[in-house]
Write a protein that binds this ligand. Structure first.
Ligand code: FEO
Ligand code: CA
Ligand code: CA
Length: 626
């Protein structure tokens, strides 16, 4: 099955050895607890490898304290917090909540999320980072109860993307406010649509009759980085910004599939900015839910919305150049019972010719995944199904008039072709061997409850509140092929509370490394799998002993998982990137103190909690994790 010529790493040999073992079978209708416990294929195959050679740090214990904790010999320092000025002369953060939109437009946005670093020289780089959303209880002195038109502009300016240069001095990376690439991209920045849906009738609005020039990007969750030096930002929960105060407004079934409601939005943007009133401007939401490509080196470049990658609640965009030069992008749609996608470019990557590569994401084919759903198996085969107008039932009779509609209503197209409903696909990451792909399925309380979300395959637990990580190998190591083989890298759980049941998790989960809701993942150059959590931090009930959200590090060969970092109170850990020498790791701490929880991170005292990027280094200057 595997392509030995192309890939003969120890990792591939291990996977092959494991997959050739007897398939696991149990006799009952549902997978037994024993199956979960013995699932961890890698730990089993490599039971002799007690100690991972990749992970060389001391695990940190769970924490409920209001700080970042990193292993002995490491330090974590704030690099940039919400509201910090990123241009010369921009105002400093003022925690009164009274600063206006003009200040926020020149400061770091709120709720840091996915990010990528682009090297410029040995001691200079540029980081592009998402500002996913904002918390009105901290953004405004009135907590959102007395919104003015400028407050709406301020909230819009707290969203989007921040691009900023960093310089290395005295061994530490720091913001350079004078960096010529520094830029704020907000919910009001002019963008350009490209690909099959650009200019389509469903994209035209009163404000933009061309259907080509949407304003802004928001709810930018995670990210991607192309080998031609651009940043991909992914629009996730865009539905929450649209609404109306019109009584009994008619909302299309297609809008409902994406969660848009005929009710006021809690962000209240539609009260001051009419384009967010879905009753008045029903096409405006079609212009969101895309992957946006940004050139971080040119602050004047227009961000490009790539409609060939489909419209859904995008989590991240994991880019890999296939051996034949086609660019493949794996994409998750983060909603209970939605799907996992892949895009294959029409044209091929030309190394060293970034100008020729610039539009590789404009044309190509989108696919959606169907997994074997045997409820007795924790591994199997899968297939990528093409989402092309005229194929696989994507026809007029079934409600699709052209390729643009297939892309705009990608969720409906995925249902039409029989895609597998998943436990909320979050980030996808490709192993540095360029073959094995991992995806976090964060949790799904609807699994086994809603008819369209049966238990089985890579979603093996009903009312799954802990999550799992699925892994697949494309047929022959070729990402453009329709077939793949999958298994589960880990199943999160609580082996203290749920001894001997499927909710204890897989064999590589124990009382010392347990967590819930894996979300952000990424590999470093050596192949360490970094896992970030966005889960329940109550530390009670099902989550007793799991503490605050955290970051772990996994060895994809031995299956060992070790806790590397714990975050402050009521935060989520999300976003990671490295300096080119892998000696500094940048990690995002999002929404510390959400819903009024008692956090004062990072400044302490009585300060407001602020979403913050931290820079993590080793006291001896070594490579992170090594
Ligand atoms: Fe923005 Fe799916 O997390
Ligand atoms: Ca996420
Ligand atoms: Ca999440």
């Amino acid at each position: 099955m595997w392509n030995r010529d192309e890939q003969d790493s120890q990792f591939s040999q291990m996977i092959e050895a494991r997959l050739s073992r007897r398939r696991f079978l149990v006799g009952t209708a549902a997978v037994s607890a024993g199956a979960f416990l013995s699932l961890n294929p890698i730990a089993k195959a490599f039971a002799a490898d007690k100690q991972s050679a990749l992970l060389n740090f001391e695990a940190v214990p769970v924490s409920t304290s209001d700080e970042i904790v990193v292993p002995k010999g490491y330090k974590a320092k704030p690099l940039l917090s919400w509201g910090d000025p990123i241009f010369p002369g921009a105002p400093e953060f003022d925690q009164s909540g009274k600063q206006d939109s003009k200040a926020q437009q020149r400061q770091f946005g709120d709720n840091t999320d996915g990010m990528s670093l682009f090297p410029i020289s040995d001691d200079r780089a540029v980081i592009a980072v998402n500002n996913e959303y904002t918390n009105y209880e901290y953004l405004f002195d009135h907590g959102g109860d007395a919104m003015t038109a400028d407050d709406v502009l301020k909230a819009q300016a707290a969203h989007g993307v921040t691009v900023f240069e960093i310089v290395k001095s005295g061994g530490e990376w720091k913001l350079d406010k004078s960096g010529k690439r520094n830029r704020r991209i907000t919910a009001n920045t002019e963008m350009m649509l490209t690909g099959p849906a650009a200019g389509h009738a469903l994209m035209k609005t009163e404000l933009d009759p061309s259907g080509m020039k949407p304003l802004g990007t928001f709810n930018n969750c995670a990210n991607g980085q192309t080998p031609w030096g651009t940043y991909l930002t992914c629009e996730e929960n865009f539905h929450g910004y649209f609404g109306t105060r019109e009584e009994g407004a008619d909302i299309s079934a297609d809008h409902k599939r994406y969660g848009i409601k005929a009710a006021a939005s809690s962000y209240q943007w539609h009260d001051a900015d009419e384009r967010f009133d879905v009753a008045k401007h029903p096409n405006e939401p079609h212009r969101f839910g895309w992957v946006v490509e940004i050139d971080p080196h040119n602050p004047d470049a227009t961000p490009l919305k790539r409609t060939a990658l489909g419209r859904f609640k995008h989590e991240n965009a994991a880019v890999v150049v296939n051996d034949d030069g086609h660019v493949v992008v794996y994409l998750g749609d983060d909603e209970r019972g939605e799907h996992l996608y892949k895009f294959v470019s029409k044209h091929k990557y030309k190394p060293g010719n970034d100008k020729a590569n610039r539009d590789l994401l404009e044309e190509g084919t989108l696919y959606v995944a169907r997994f074997d759903m045997d409820d007795k198996e924790l591994k199997g085969n899968g297939e990528w199904i093409e989402l092309t107008y005229g194929k696989n039932g994507l026809t007029k009779e079934n409600g699709f008039n052209d390729q643009a509609e297939v892309m705009i209503f990608a969720r409906r197209a995925a249902t039409q072709v029989g895609a597998t409903t998943m436990d909320r696909p979050e980030w996808v990451a490709v192993h540095p061997d360029n073959k094995h792909v991992f995806c976090t399925l964060t949790n799904n309380k609807n699994r086994g409850v809603k008819e369209n979300q049966p238990v089985g395959g890579p979603n093996p637990r009903a009312q799954n509140n802990y999550g799992q990580i699925v892994r697949w190998m494309p047929q022959g190591g070729d990402h453009t092929k329709s077939g793949f083989e999958w298994d589960l890298y880990l199943i999160a759980g609580n082996p203290v509370v749920h001894k001997g049941t499927p909710y204890a998790g897989s064999e590589n989960i124990n009382a010392d490394n347990m967590f819930n809701s894996p979300d952000g993942i990424g590999f470093d150059k050596a192949g360490r799998l970094w896992i970030q959590t966005d889960g329940k931090y109550s530390n009670k009930g099902d989550f007793a002993g799991q503490g605050n959200n955290q970051m772990l590090c996994g060895d994809p060969m031995t299956g060992e998982v070790r806790r590397f970092l714990t975050g402050p109170i009521a935060c989520e850990i999300t976003g990671l990137t490295f300096s080119p020498d892998y000696k500094t790791m940048f990690v995002g701490v999002q929404h510390p103190g959400e819903d009024g929880a008692p956090s004062h991170f990072p400044a302490g005292g009585n300060s407001k909690p602020r979403s913050t990027i931290v820079a993590i280094t080793r006291e001896d200057g070594g490579v992170i994790g090594a």
